[in-house]
Design a protein around this ligand. Structure first.
Ligand SMILES: *Cc1c(COP(=O)(O)O)cnc(C)c1O
Length: 398
């Protein structure tokens, strides 16, 4: 008989009862170091006192009122994001896919609003992941995710990630813009070269089309900057954020320049839940922490420590790992054998990670991970690697 929960996931047989910082505890007394963070989402870790208090206090006042009224927490959150980014205006929603849908709608609407109705198509990249709604499946373009779901939503073209010649060839009279993940997450923790991001900006300016960025996973402090594109010294016209934005409370956001956002007039786009008092209280609490002086510099410092330690792990276990990739606290270990086997070996040793495409094990710890946590994770990764050595299998077989 089918499980009551729809069988869309192959779940690990682990149920967590509570968490603290980067640690999760099962009901039967086991503890795990959480370098998955709910897929790069629990940015402040578990049971963060400031976040918990902000949610509890707001829940006791008012959780939800709809966007038919002013939401002071949303106004404050938007103003803080505007002050800290390229954006002039922000739309709040509830997930990454929904933020990306809003981003595509904003691009198309801005084209229509500037007399270019025919420009509706968006260029995306091979290996991308933009979410699971029908249109974002089309934007993602991965045949594995599209299979069985019927006609593919029109309007998305795909070119190889990192190739400017193919990109220029794909720009046509119907192109509204480009959407790029500065670091592909699900696709295998593949950073776009910074020069490629700059070249995309230049191409968009040259053709008068819009640069959209999906920072759902790599944004909100994960790379040691508030948004990953900042490393390239350029800015998009429109950008999506979600995952870490409210520390585990569901939220998404579309951030845009005035030139784009001004076309989203009353009635043109909407949401019942988006930007609720409760979600905004959570996101404001996250910003309190990650915008505090020195916080992101410390993310960058810890990330470099982890990066160097992983380099030596790869060097010591060439039979298990091919390389380290990524940026900040969004790192991937490319595996020689099956990434699932490596992930399971690490889990057996007490470390939670997330599998990604291209045979990669993803390490995306809470941004508040401590130096001791990082050192412990590296030791666990070494123990997990030893479990995956061919010699270990021989010993185990005897
Ligand atoms: C996770 C993710 C999404 C989808 O977010 P959901 O909240 O699951 O809808 C979109 N884009 C990127 C880059 C992601 O990592």
């Amino acid at each position: 008989m089918i499980s009551a929960l729809m069988p869309t996931y192959n779940r690990a047989d682990l149920a967590f009862e509570r968490g603290q910082g980067a640690w999760l505890y099962t009901g039967d007394g086991r503890r795990f170091l959480d370098f998955g963070a709910g897929i790069a989402t629990s940015s402040l870790g578990h049971n963060n006192a400031h976040l918990v208090a902000a949610i509890a206090e707001q829940a006791a006042r008012v959780m939800h009122v709809s966007n038919l009224y002013r939401v002071p927490g949303a106004e404050r959150l938007a103003a803080r994001l505007v002050a800290a980014t390229f954006a002039d205006s922000v739309f709040f929603c509830n997930s990454g896919a929904e933020a990306n849908e809003g981003m595509v709608k904003a691009m198309r609407k801005a084209m229509a609003g500037t007399g270019r109705r025919e420009r509706t198509r968006v260029i995306c990249f091979e290996g991308a992941f933009h979410g699971r709604t029908l249109a974002m499946l089309a934007a993602t373009g991965n045949p594995k995710y599209l299979a069985g779901f019927g006609p593919v939503v029109e309007g998305f073209d795909h070119v190889p990630f990192g190739n400017m010649n193919s990109l220029r060839d794909a720009i046509g009279p119907e192109t509204a813009g480009i959407i790029v993940e500065p670091i592909q997450g699900e696709g295998g923790v593949r950073p776009a070269p910074l020069q490629f991001l700059r070249d995309l900006r230049a191409a968009c300016d040259e053709y008068g089309i819009l640069l959209g960025m999906d920072e759902v996973q790599c944004g909100m402090g994960r790379t040691g900057k508030l948004f990953a594109h900042e490393w390239a010294g350029i800015a998009p016209d429109v950008m999506s954020a979600a995952k870490g934005i409210a520390g585990g409370f569901p939220m998404g956001a579309v951030l845009a320049t005035e030139a784009v956002a001004k076309h989203l007039v009353p009635g043109s786009h909407g949401t019942t839940f988006g930007g609720s008092p409760l979600a905004c209280a959570a996101a404001n609490a996250v910003l309190d922490v990650i915008l505090a002086p020195g916080f992101m510099a410390d993310v960058d410092r810890k990330a470099r420590v982890l990066w160097h330690a992983l380099q030596s792990v790869v060097h010591d276990y060439p039979e298990v790992f091919a390389d380290v990739r990524g940026a900040g606290l969004m790192l991937g270990l490319k595996c020689v054998g099956s990434n699932i086997e490596v992930q399971n070996a690490m889990m057996a040793e007490g470390l939670l990670t997330v599998a990604a495409g291209d045979n990669v094990v993803r390490l995306v710890p809470p941004l508040v991970v401590t130096d001791a946590d990082v050192a412990e994770a590296v030791e666990i990764i070494r123990r997990g690697a030893r479990r995956c050595l061919p010699s270990h299998h021989q010993v185990a077989a005897k």
